[in-house]
Design a protein around this ligand. Structure first.
Ligand code: B12
Length: 299
């Protein structure tokens, strides 16, 4: 996986201008270039840049630090090892996001998620950072121990990071897209946002439409963009009207279009609907398998 300069800047806390200057003047890292000549940083670059930032914050000159190997940077007393720098695992990032929301620190919440996305495999971020954080937020909001404002700090941070990452991937993918949208009155969109990011990381172009789309409009859209699959998610969809919308959609969509449905209400929503295009996908591993099969099918 490679990262754009924007993603690296967010993950390391070093501004884009400073990153360019450090690279130009001191050669701190030598990122590869993508097909369009844009910098494509490796995970090791991100780690190195973060260490360099921490060391400069401790008063060391970048001109001297730039000459040190990663090992030297790690082992020297340069790094006043902060507790957070050591805690690069998924539960710790999830905790940091929740703590930041509790303390009304949106920047800290963003930083924790950026770091998680830069340092952990994407599936781990989705399964062990974003999903549990959303679940905890829901539970705590229900209990009254988290306000709507605190919930929004987290939701906005997730939405922003996933959207930016998706956009970055979309710049380097081509071909018929997978469409991510939900018919009916369902408003929970994080399931399709996470699924879109995962599909993008598998090399699929993704068209993200979001929730609350009428069946007629969605059917036209998938046809016009020449979708190769449609992905939906249902979380609060026990209503008969959503089931009717889904039935209507099936009646209008192309006969060959795979329609994948995930989310905690997907089984109850699709119960009693028999259609060979419809697949209920209840976990991200299975979803990745379907993505792999789709990639082969379209070769
Ligand atoms: C954020 C949030 C909202 C936001 C949504 C914002 C947004 N842009 O998405 C807003 C404020 C709009 C909202 C509204 C409501 N919400 Co709400 N919300 C949540 C919260 C905190 C997170 C939702 C979320 O995204 N969860 C993550 C999802 C995606 O989890 P999941 O369905 O379990 O899915 C898992 C997997 O199946 C997988 N997955 C999901 N989709 C897909 C798709 C594919 C293809 C794949 C492979 C995998 C996959 O991802 C998840 C991984 O763990 C949850 C808490 C929670 N426990 O989830 C409540 C929650 C979902 N909301 C709930 C409720 C009741 C509501 C409201 C009715 C509240 C109200 N009275 O107005 C409305 C309903 C609006 C509507 N018509 O849909 C309940 C639902 C209970 C139920 N199912 O009966 C929950 C569980 C809170 C609770 N404990 O009561 N909500």
């Amino acid at each position: 996986m490679v990262y754009t300069i924007k993603a690296v800047s967010m993950a390391t806390g070093v501004s884009i201008e400073t990153l360019r200057a450090w690279e130009r003047r001191y050669g701190v890292v030598q990122p590869k270039r993508d097909a369009s000549g844009r910098r494509a940083y490796e995970p090791a670059d991100v780690l190195r840049l973060k260490k360099l930032r921490e060391a400069t914050e401790n008063g060391h000159a970048i001109s001297k630090l730039a000459k040190l190997s990663d090992e030297q940077l790690n082992s020297t007393a340069l790094m006043a090892q902060s507790a957070t720098a050591l805690e690069h695992n998924a539960p710790a990032f999830a905790q940091r996001m929740l703590k930041a929301a509790e303390n009304y620190q949106p920047d800290q919440c963003d930083h924790a998620l950026s770091m998680a996305m830069a340092l952990l495999p994407l599936l781990e971020v989705i399964k062990q950072v974003i999903s549990p954080v959303l679940k905890t937020v829901g539970e705590r909001w229900h209990q009254g121990s988290l306000t709507i404002g605190q919930e929004r700090i987290i939701s906005q941070s997730i939405e922003k990071h996933v959207t930016i990452a998706l956009d970055n991937y979309n710049r380097i993918t081509a071909g018929s897209p997978i469409v991510f949208a939900i018919v009916g009155s369902e408003r929970h969109e994080f399931g399709i946002l996470m699924s879109a990011l995962l599909a993008a990381s598998h090399g699929f172009r993704c068209v993200y439409i979001g929730p609350e789309i009428p069946a007629e409009d969605l059917a036209v859209l998938v046809t016009r963009v020449n979708a190769r699959a449609l992905v939906m998610s249902f979380v609060f969809s026990k209503t008969a009207s959503n089931k009717n919308e889904l039935r209507k959609l099936l009646g209008l969509c192309p006969s060959w279009l795979p329609i994948w449905v995930g989310g905690s209400d997907s089984a109850s929503l699709t119960a009693g609907i028999t259609d060979s295009r419809l697949i209920v996908i209840d976990n991200f591993e299975r979803y990745e398998q379907e993505l792999d099969l789709l990639a082969i099918k379209n070769q």
